[in-house]
Each structure stands twice: as structure tokens, then as C-alpha cells.
Design a binder for this molecule. Structure first.
Ligand code: FAD
Length: 341
């Protein structure tokens, strides 16, 4: 244990096994749980020479080796309504809040906008990093802004929705400003009435059936569908979708459609098609297959699972093998959704 001048107790050689949903047994050279903004600024200032890695719930990270430098787990708590009128509220949620707990809080208060994002693992601070999305809704649809602290000089800066450069599973924090900021809180605009229910996904509609469409029934349906499709990280180590669904142009789509009539894809914009990465992987017969301690989940080909005692390198080996076979068969480059460290 290092006891710095400020009195913050930084642990060393700290196991992250319980802090990543893949359940990979890796350690961090130094580790600290940040409980306040003041602590965050002190710990960053006092460790300027170290490589800093920020983690939330560890549900979108693949650790492939010992983590050099200082790993900070963000544990800032609090949910507040900061603006309100008769139709909407703006809520400010601190980065260390559990995402799904926040969704439950919103649904119970009758605030609409995040119900389709029920049961996504992880913490609130990571939600803007890849603009989390599910069942036809993305974080950006309700996003107002986020407050950040610069890792190098500890200055605070707020980014509004436009400046976050959100896209499909991406943002400025994953691209031009990767590893520059710690997100300390986010603000979301939620509806109090005239909710815009999104049941565009057939499975959600089906699950609701004859029940009344409201925030609770949508949230419940999403939870039920997710539980039936995705492995529970408490029992099977995984990070959800390992790959993003690739987006290809129309010409390429029609070429593929010609060769593989059952290919699963849908138009996202003019001339752009999003292809189901799960379909590509399934076509190559990887669904349910395993190599050593790592497998492709039997119910969802996008999910790689730790079958017990896997290392990050083994996961990466299978991911690379799938990527190269997808490329040689379809000439499509799969990109990981998961952050590989
Ligand atoms: C079973 C399962 C299902 C999933 N389903 C979905 C889904 O439907 N949709 C979806 O979008 N995602 C999904 N995910 C992925 C994951 O839940 C989300 O990406 C989530 O937002 C990650 O949160 P986290 O706190 O665990 O982030 P972590 O894994 O801890 O971190 C992810 C990245 O964000 C950075 N980061 C984390 N917190 C901060 C912060 N406060 N400031 C700056 N950087 C930060 C990290 O450095 C890292 O680069 C799923 C994962 C699992 C395991």
C-alpha cells in the first residue's frame, strides 16, 4: 500500500479479477477507488507520470496483460433532478452510479427515455464512451451533456451532445479524445408525459403482447428478452457483444446479397447497410464453438465467453481468428466493440 502525501491509499499489484465481467485474472500495478471529485483531482495530480486507466464496471474491457500504471475505478454517486417543467426533467447522474439502477429509478419515477436501455451492465460514466444503445434507442437520444476532468491538468469541462460526436457505439471519448478525460457526470433529458415509446423491435412488441405499453412494460420486456439471450456475467464471464455490426456501402451489400441470399442486414442511411456480425459469425459455424477456455456463446454469436480460467490473450486469439475468417470470406473487417487493453 502506498501512502501518498495527501493520505490517499493507493493499492499496488491489485487483482482486477472481480472488476471485469470477463472475469479475467489480471492485476493492476496501482489501483484506487475514487469517491469524490476532490480525490479524483488529487490522485491525478499526484500521479502525473503514471499511465492512467479509468474503469467503471469493467463490462466493456478485455484485459490482455498486466496493467501498468494506475487504474482508477470511478465511484462518484448521486442522482439529482436539475431542471423540470411540465413535460420534461433534466437529471444529473454521477459517473459511479450503476446504469441499470439508474434506469430502474427513472422508470419508477415515471421518467421516460431510457427504458429500452434496461439491464445494460456497467456504470453511468461509461455510457457516453460508446454511446450505449439497445432496442432502437441510444444514449444520445436523451443526452444533454457530460462533465469531465482532464487527466493531464485536472481542469473541468462540459461537453454538450453535439460536441460528444456520438455515432454507432462511438464518441469523441473513444476517438479523438481517447484517454484524455474522466467523465464525472452526465445530464439526460427525460420525459414526464407524452413519452415517445419505442417498440420498433419486433421482439419487444411481441413480449409486451396485449399488455399496456408504458415505461414499466417496455423495461420489463427488454429485461426478459435480454435475460433469455445474453449470458449472465455472474455465472459466465463475457462483455456482451464483442464486435460491432459492420456498416458497408450499397454496392458491397448487393454483391454479398447475391452470393449469400440469407445475409442479415438493414439500411441505416442512404447507401449504407448495417450487417449483422452475428450472422457472419454464425455462417462460419462459430456459434457454440470453443477453443480452449474461450467460446462463442451458444445463443448469441456476437458474445465471446470465458468458459473458466481463460486469459485475455486466449479471448483475443479467438476474436482474431473470427475476424480474419470473416475477412477472407466476406471481405468485411470486423471491429471490436470491446476496449482491448
Ligand atoms: C452482458 C452484456 C450485455 C451488454 N449489452 C450492451 C448493450 O446492449 N448495449 C451497449 O451499448 N453495450 C452493452 N454492453 C457493453 C457495456 O455494458 C457498456 O459498454 C457499458 O457502458 C460499459 O460500462 P462499464 O462501466 O462497465 O465500462 P468499463 O468496461 O469499465 O469501461 C469501458 C470503457 O469506458 C472507459 N470509461 C469507463 N468509465 C469512464 C469514465 N467515468 N470516464 C472516462 N472513461 C471511462 C474505460 O476506460 C473503457 O475504455 C454489454 C455488456 C455485457 C457484459
Amino acid at each position: 500500500m502506498l501512502n501518498r502525501g495527501s493520505g490517499l491509499e493507493i493499492k499496488n499489484n491489485y487483482s482486477l479479477e472481480k472488476l471485469n465481467t470477463f472475469g479475467l485474472d489480471v492485476a493492476s500495478e496501482f489501483f484506487y477507488i475514487v469517491k469524490s471529485l476532490r480525490e479524483l483531482k488529487i490522485v491525478l495530480r499526484e500521479n502525473k507520470t503514471k499511465k492512467i486507466t479509468i474503469i467503471g464496471g469493467g463490462s466493456n474491457i478485455l484485459f490482455t496483460k498486466f496493467l501498468d500504471g494506475l487504474c482508477l475505478k470511478i465511484d462518484l454517486k448521486g442522482i439529482d433532478v436539475v431542471e423540470e417543467n411540465k413535460n420534461n426533467v433534466v437529471v444529473k447522474v454521477m459517473a459511479g452510479e450503476n446504469w441499470h439502477d439508474f434506469v430502474k429509478w427513472s422508470v419508477n419515477k415515471g421518467f421516460g427515455g431510457v427504458e429500452n436501455l434496461s439491464l445494460i451492465p456497467g456504470l453511468v460514466g461509461a455510457a457516453p464512451i460508446q454511446n450505449i444503445g439497445a432496442y432502437g434507442v441510444e444514449l444520445k437520444d436523451v443526452f444533454v451533456s457530460c462533465e469531465t476532468v482532464n487527466i493531464k491538468d485536472q481542469t473541468e469541462k462540459e461537453f454538450d451532445e453535439k460536441r460528444c460526436l456520438f455515432g454507432y457505439r462511438t464518441s469523441r471519448f473513444k476517438t479523438i479524445d481517447k484517454n484524455i478525460y474522466v467523465i464525472i457526470s452526465i445530464k439526460l433529458r427525460l420525459t414526464k408525459k407524452k413519452h415517445k415509446y419505442n417498440i420498433s423491435y419486433g421482439s419487444v412488441k411481441e413480449e409486451i403482447g396485449n399488455r399496456k405499453i408504458n415505461l414499466k412494460s417496455i423495461s420489463k420486456a427488454v429485461i426478459k428478452i435480454r435475460k433469455s439471450k445474453l449470458p449472465d456475467t455472474n455465472f459466465i464471464g463475457n462483455c456482451g457483444s464483442f464486435f460491432k455490426n459492420p456498416v458497408i456501402n450499397e454496392k458491397k451489400y448487393f454483391e454479398l446479397k447475391n452470393m449469400y441470399p440469407s445475409i442479415s442486414a438493414f439500411k441505416v442511411e442512404k447507401n449504407q447497410y448495417k450487417v449483422s456480425a452475428a450472422w457472419l459469425i454464425e455462417y462460419l459455424k462459430y456459434k457454440g464453438k470453443s477453443i480452449g477456455n474461450v467460446g462463442v456463446y451458444k445463443n448469441q454469436a456476437l458474445v465471446l465467453v470465458n468458459l473458466g480460467g481463460a486469459t485475455g490473450k486466449e479471448v483475443l486469439y479467438l476474436a482474431d481468428k473470427i475476424t480474419s475468417e470473416v475477412y477472407s470470406t466476406f471481405q468485411i473487417s470486423l471491429q471490436p466493440e470491446v476496449e482491448i487493453l
